[in-house]
Ligand binder design. Sequence first.
Ligand code: SF4
Ligand code: SF4
Ligand code: SF4
Length: 323
Amino acid sequence: MATKVAEEWLNICGGCEVSILDIGEPLLDLLPALEFVHMPVLMDHKYHGQTGEGDSHKVEIPAADVGIISGGIRNEKEKLVAQEMRAKCKILISLGSCACFGGIPAMANMWTLDELYEKVYRDSKSTEKSPNPNKDLPPLTDRVYALDEVVKVDVHIPGCPPSPDMIKEALLCLLNGKPFVLPEKSVCDECPTKREKKAAGGQISRPLQGLAFKQNAAWEETRCFMEQGQLCLGPVTKSGCAGQTTEQGEVKVPRCIKGYMPCRGCFGPVKKGSNPLVDMMGALSSIGLNPQQVADRRAMLNRYVGGHGLLKPLPAKPAPIKK
Ligand code: SF4
Ligand code: SF4
Ligand code: SF4
């Protein structure tokens, strides 16, 4: 009997769904074993009955063996959908960095809701001033939440977006009753660049400025990007984006490194509960770079992980003392 799958997208850009479709031909091999019972990106399945005449306050999603959710939670409707998916799916997967850690949208957690409304509806130069919208829209939650802050999650597939190979691997594990767990290793552990444990210069450069590499040269000839002064988050980011060693024995290279780009941290912290911002300051200092040179450190070093309380509004500055 086919495994029933329900898929939902919450606070998203849609890239994770494109990644599912990008599995390509192997997806065709998987399809006979899967029956998609709910997937808004592909089928018009209503939350309140097919005629829309059901109870408009109750979200209804069909029962499934596996539920896949991309996106974190930004409003009350998304919270209800996540709770209904949890209630109806035996196994729940959080797909992508937004679902796993809050992702890029959780950078908004650096401001209060009032500050966000003020900026978007009144303070922005390109916007005509208007009141906060309050009609026919679900209220925003107080901040952006990662999925596992709201419902229990069984499997995490990080990445912005996760690679099609990784999604396929996770689905195959589930179909074969095996666990899908990424090891507690860092991107650096899988990176083949040459390291000398000290920075080549004393400065952190602007992104890609002065990055030296020869395309297609042996990796031993390419100096570690962080040692070249680039902000590469490999030391504090979970490995896995390189995939496995190929059947031909060729060792795969982390995705961004392979494209001569520093790691941006999309796989989240190496260990659950660690703080990439703090750990990255230590990694930079350990090779002689000054973390104070990183512009907008909070946003740059916790870029994908603003759920789980890692990005918050700064406390208000005390009023100056009157003399
Ligand atoms: S993880 Fe990345 S690709 Fe997926 S929804 Fe979030 S922003 Fe889009
Ligand atoms: S810091 Fe970046 S370039 Fe250097 S070893 Fe780690 S992942 Fe590779
Ligand atoms: S190298 Fe870093 S940013 Fe790039 S895909 Fe891998 S974990 Fe994500």
